[in-house]
Design a protein around this ligand. Sequence first.
Ligand code: SF4
Length: 208
Amino acid sequence: MLDVTEIFNSLQGEGPFSGQPAVFVRLSGCIEPLCPWCDTMYACDTGYSMNLDDAYRKIVSFDTNLIVITGGEPFLQWRNGLKQLEKNLLDQGCRVQYETSGKIEIPSDTKGFSVCSPKYLDDRWVFDKINLKRAQVFKFVVDNDFDIIKAFTQRHDISPELVFIMPKGISRKEQLDKFEDTWSFCLENGFHFSPRLHVLTFNNKRGV
Ligand code: SF4
């Protein structure tokens, strides 16, 4: 069984697969401390129990090749069904991409593509360093904390081409207000600029 918040078909709005059609599987539950700016706080609580076969059937019914498994923190459920779901989806020829905070270990045996978004909370990085070797790319939500993010990437010797920077903001206006500074930060450091396309398109609407 999986603890699920929602499953829906959409476009990936951010990060390296931005703009691609994707099924979103939002699993429930997260790890404290929670992020005050979180735009999916509704997924940090318990969702509904879904049988693995039912989840798989619903996902493949959309006939979309890219499956984004997100949360909350999806890897909390690795041993409770997620590992088997990944296998079933890969066997079907799907691509599996994870959105993880890196607050816990990315499993060593996942074959998915992990986009890790480390969180700076209560004056520290809430991040398991083993994920430096397990994540494929890193995505940072930036507000005015440019120096903190830059220092993190330098301290851990993360190649700039693996870094995606997203302006913080759950509304279109908040996003756009931070575009210019984010643009300059990326240009100066060789990072990718990742807008949040779903926020720019639908503002703060849920399930898109
Ligand atoms: S880790 Fe992600 S899902 Fe969890 S509280 Fe932070 S932003 Fe929200």
